[in-house]
Design a binder for this molecule. Structure first.
Ligand code: PPE
Length: 315
């Protein structure tokens, strides 16, 4: 990974290499942490964080779902992030806030363990590759089912839960594919290892419902709004596996991945086998939105005040 200069940790800006935890950190043993993935873009209004508050609100919601109280409010984390980006002198970056149960308690009751809160920022390119973004990726239906809502909490973005995604991702990569698509416990389509999924059929968008063990993705909500702008209907309903193979188009959405066409699933070409027109249209609209182009949805952007003590030389 690329490094930056500073990491924010428990209220302080530390040099990148000094942001450390003890080896008996609770979250390291049991996965008792929650995190977010956010992006800042170098767009029309300068560097700005995309849907910043929504991501930090979801972080706090994820924590609440695991009985964890983050010692910093959404506003405190928001201003720390803006300052961190400025201090690192980054014009665009990925942002990774994490709150994890810290050192001091062992065993499965973490309620007395402290909570460590960090924010890291670094430049991160296309999650599924530049070629994947342009020409589409090849996906495999995972043999690993997405964990069900009666075992863990799909609505929480919690560290330990990602072992499920890791199994699926590794299986797909070892088999020569770019990404895994997971079915839920009932065998209906759920999501990618780190992305939500949309199917295009007869000019409409279809997505799995909130009950299909999906993360309530923020890029997904962005697609809902952009589809409305474009007059494209979005339907949330269970999707059968075969509907993926029969789709006109399939694409994935996520903060890291952005909007990525899926050109092949289980060695079957999707539609023409190339990114379809609706995917390309929404990908362009997404790109415009995150970069503050097109005069719409500026409320999604949280500008980074580069001037306020922001010259990396001053830090
Ligand atoms: N589902 C999962 C399981 C998921 O991890 C993500 C984001 C999404 C859906 C899409 O959510 P949103 O970013 O709010 O649209 N995955 C994050 C982490 C990826 C990683 O490898 O780490 C991300 O995209 O930042």
């Amino acid at each position: 990974m690329e490094q930056a200069e500073f990491i924010w940790m428990n209220g302080e800006f530390l040099p990148w290499g000094e942001a450390k935890v003890h080896v008996l950190t609770h979250g390291l043993h049991y996965g008792t942490g929650v995190f977010e993935g956010i992006r800042a873009y170098d767009g029309e209004m300068g560097t700005a964080v995309f849907r910043h508050r929504e991501h930090l609100e979801r972080l706090h919601q994820s924590a609440n779902l695991y009985h964890m109280e983050i010692p910093y409010s959404v506003e405190e984390m928001r201003s720390a992030t803006l300052e961190l980006i400025a201090r690192n002198g980054l014009s665009h970056c990925y942002i990774r806030p994490l709150a994890t149960r810290g050192y001091g308690v062992m065993g499965l009751n973490p309620l007395e363990a402290p909570v460590d809160t960090i924010i890291a920022v670094w430049p991160w390119g296309s999650y599924l590759g530049d070629d994947g973004k342009t020409n589409g990726i090849r996906a495999k239906i995972s043999s690993w089912r997405r964990f069900s809502a009666d075992a863990l909490i799909p609505h929480a973005k919690a560290s330990g839960q990602y072992l499920n995604s890791v199994l699926a991702k590794v299986e797909s990569v070892k088999a020569g594919y770019d990404e895994a698509i997971m079915l839920d416990g009932d065998g209906v389509v759920s999501e990618g290892s780190g992305e939500n999924i949309f199917v295009v059929r007869d000019g409409r968008l279809i997505e799995p419902p909130q009950t299909a063990s999906v993360l309530d993705g923020i890029s997904r909500r962005t697609i809902h709004a952009l589809a409305a702008d474009a007059g494209i209907e979005v339907v949330s309903r269970n999707i059968a596996r075969a509907e993926l193979y029969l789709a006109d188009e399939v694409f994935l959405t996520g903060t890291a991945a952005e909007v990525v066409p899926v050109r092949e699933i289980d060695d079957r070409p999707i539609g023409s086998g190339k990114p379809g027109p609706i995917t390309i249209q929404l990908q362009k609209m997404y790109d415009d939105a995150v970069n503050g182009r097109g005069g719409r949805h500026h409320d999604w952007l949280d500008p980074v005040p580069m001037s306020a003590g922001a010259d990396p030389g001053d830090a």
